[in-house]
Design a protein around this ligand. Structure first.
Ligand SMILES: *[C@@H]1O[C@H](CO)[C@@H](O)[C@H](O)[C@H]1NC(C)=O
Ligand SMILES: *[C@@H]1O[C@H](CO)[C@@H](O)[C@H](O)[C@H]1NC(C)=O
Ligand SMILES: *[C@@H]1O[C@H](CO)[C@@H](O)[C@H](O)[C@H]1NC(C)=O
Ligand SMILES: *[C@@H]1O[C@H](CO)[C@@H](O)[C@H](O)[C@H]1NC(C)=O
Length: 392
């Protein structure tokens, strides 16, 4: 989605060499406990979690708010890491994986799904470029996190890159055990402002809202919702920090955000900047990430300012926000400000201060510049090869 395929797979090949072979990912710091997903058990002690002091998504203030009256900070391409496990791949959008992101307060996870010879895999543009494993394995880890965190409501958005059938996604959700948590709205085939409160979702243990692009709704997997039936998005390939706005980009069925909002569509604010390193090839803009993810409401390109602008224009908060490198900023600060809460139980966002020796430090130093230069070089070589190839 961010990397148009042109000019060639050769570029992907060159990039892949810089991405190295995936090795079992090492934790960014020993403070994160190893989790080993076990057999699905979506049952939790409801009696205990429904006590009067219930804290929902980190705050008692959120319990009686409707699902669609809360801002969820989200990790864009959350399965695609720019860390030691991928050789700091340029195709990576996050420093930390989805489990660690959830621990830090991220409540919205987006990922791209490809059909790799019949198996759904989390791949970035192409499975050749960056393959983060099977969808089922990833969903199982998320299901495990929900098992461990009974007062949390999360949202997943999967990009159905190869337009596979709803049943293939349903099979992965079932195999992972995540299907047990899937929430089905009253009108799953139409947008609605009638969403339950977090308290209701927590007490009924339907704590996952799952959106997939381009699927046909089926009652066999009633919780799998077509994204653009419920959500509209702002533009996404933003190449300049002055380029963020609140315009409706998708779906095309609505003439404006005003029309989408009055139809009950929930706004998703895309807030990640790319750098074009060659014709039609963009990579996440790491150099400006501190500005991009800043909660500042005055700095050009800052997350805080973009959200404030959308709030003013739309007359309501963004419900979903997607950022790259969520640990920077940290991005969660902006969601907490919009929600007016200070969540208590989140682990600190991994950062240069809490994990001074992790990849977050090194990837934002001069090393990333070298990689960009390398990639630029690689893309020039590949473009030359394409020209040669096309001319013979
Ligand atoms: C994230 O990394 C931790 C530590 O290595 C691991 O326990 C967890 O399963 C990983 N989660 C995902 C979604 O890959
Ligand atoms: C959203 O939540 C706020 C804070 O609780 C509340 O004042 C407001 O009325 C709610 N809006 C809707 C549309 O429910
Ligand atoms: C918002 O950004 C998109 C993509 O860059 C652009 O096409 C559109 O014209 C912009 N809208 C406004 C109102 O500036
Ligand atoms: C980082 O590494 C250095 C050198 O290996 C070590 O002295 C320091 O304690 C480490 N810092 C943290 C926070 O682990």
């Amino acid at each position: 989605m961010i990397f148009p395929i042109f000019p060639s797979l050769l570029f992907a090949a060159l990039l892949a060499t810089s991405s190295a072979q995936s090795s079992p990912s090492s934790p960014p710091s020993s403070t994160w406990t190893e989790v080993t997903p076990t057999v699905a058990s979506a049952t939790t002690d409801l009696a205990a979690s429904a006590s009067p002091e219930l804290s929902c998504n980190g705050s008692p203030l959120l319990c009686d708010r409707k699902y669609n009256n809360i801002t969820y900070m989200g990790a864009h391409d959350s399965a695609f890491l720019h860390d030691a496990s991928t050789g700091e791949s340029l195709a990576g959008n996050q420093n930390f994986n989805a489990t660690i992101a959830l621990d830090s307060g991220i409540r919205f996870l987006q990922a791209q799904v490809h059909n790799q010879e019949g198996t759904l895999e989390l791949c970035h543009t192409s499975c050749f470029l960056l393959d983060a494993g099977t969808l089922t394995a990833w969903l199982t880890k998320i299901r495990y996190w929900l098992d461990q965190n009974p007062n949390e409501v999360i949202t997943i958005l999967l990009v159905n890159s190869d337009n596979v059938d709803t049943s293939q996604f349903g099979a992965a959700f079932t195999a992972s055990g995540l299907s047990n948590y899937g929430y089905t709205p009253q009108s799953p085939t139409g947008s609605s402002t009638n969403w339950p409160t977090l308290r209701t979702m927590i007490t009924t243990n339907k704590r996952l809202v799952a959106f997939v692009t381009g699927i046909t709704y089926t009652t066999t997997y009633p919780y799998l919702l077509n994204e653009f039936t419920h959500i509209f998005e702002t533009p996404f390939t933003v190449l300049s920090l002055t380029g963020f706005n609140c315009t409706l980009d998708r779906p095309s069925g609505f003439p404006s955000f005003t029309a989408a909002l009055s139809a009950g569509m929930m706004p998703l604010m895309n807030h990640f900047a790319d750098t074009e390193i060659a014709l039609n090839i963009a990579i996440p803009n790491l150099l400006d990430i501190k500005t991009t993810n800043s909660p500042s409401t005055t700095k050009t390109g800052a997350l805080g300012l973009h959200a404030a602008n959308c709030l003013a224009q739309w007359g309501q908060k963004p419900i979903f926000i997607l950022v790259d490198f969520y640990d920077q900023g940290p991005a969660i600060d902006t969601a907490n400000k919009l929600n007016g809460v200070t969540p208590t139980q989140n682990k600190p966002v991994p950062s240069t201060t809490t994990t001074a020796n992790n990849t977050a430090t090194t990837t934002h130093s001069g090393a990333s510049l070298t990689r960009v230069s390398y990639a630029t070089f690689a893309s020039i070589i590949s473009s030359v090869l394409v020209v040669i190839f096309l001319s013979i």
